[in-house]
Design a protein around this ligand. Structure first.
Ligand code: SAH
Length: 214
């Protein structure tokens, strides 16, 4: 069976994204435009627009479309902002944020995924995305402070290093919990030197592995 990527994307955005109350027009436009199937293995192209995460190798996944949309909207990203992403994976989330006009600094700990995503960012001409191979729980101190930080893997705590690298005002989004089965999406806001946390609901992510992860 051949997939029609454009129609699959239109259906994905209508049913999974708008249908569940995501209304940020920049998020919708980005997800309508980006060929998500080109961020997964060719054998999985037909699954790329399904309502679930898809394997990308090394035990990792590209996040479910709805989760990408939810996080992108919750971050309130504006053009020109500096965004740090931990967990480059396929590069799809980075591409969505890049389409929203931000400058993305993205860190991945698995070499093969890092190299593949970098190549993808070049291929799609995202000159506003910078990739680094490292333990992202340490952040990217040379490029700090960031207006926004997004962690796309779930850890046991909110890493203090990341809060320190957040600008003021700034927002950090991270799945936190004792295990994969019990994570909650935490939004940390820094404003006038004060830190506030908000719980955005239950989520399931692959493990954040590193100094301040599992
Ligand atoms: N944002 C990705 C989702 C990838 S899944 C996408 O759009 O495809 C999460 C990724 O986080 C995995 O690739 C995993 O290897 C990576 N990861 C886990 N711990 C990490 C760490 N400490 N630093 C950087 N990346 C990490």
């Amino acid at each position: 069976m051949r997939v029609d990527p454009r129609r699959s994307r239109e259906r994905m955005v209508r049913d999974q994204i708008q249908g569940r109350g995501i209304h940020d027009s920049a998020v919708l436009a980005a997800m309508l435009k980006i060929p998500r199937h080109e961020y997964v293995d060719e054998a999985l192209h037909a699954q790329a627009y399904a309502d679930n995460p898809v394997p990308i190798g090394h035990g990792q996944t590209i996040s479910q479309p709805y989760i990408v949309a939810l996080m992108s909207q919750a971050l309130e990203v504006l053009p020109g902002m500096r965004v740090l992403e931990i967990g480059t994976g396929s590069g799809y989330q980075a591409a969505v944020l890049a389409e929203m006009g931000a400058k993305i600094y993205t860190v991945e700990r698995i070499r093969e995924l890092h190299l593949q995503a970098c190549k993808r960012m070049q291929h799609f001409k995202y000159h506003n995305v910078y990739c680094k191979l490292d333990d992202g729980t340490l952040g990217w101190p040379e490029q700090a402070p960031f207006d926004r930080i997004i962690v796309t893997a779930g850890g046991p705590i909110v890493p203090e290093t990341l809060v320190d690298q957040l600008g003021d005002p700034g927002m950090l989004l991270i799945p936190v919990g004792p295990s994969r089965q019990a994570q909650e999406l935490i939004l940390v806001r820094k404003e006038d030197g004060r830190i506030k946390q908000e719980n955005k609901g239950a989520v399931v992510f692959v493990d954040l592995v590193g100094r301040h992860g599992y």
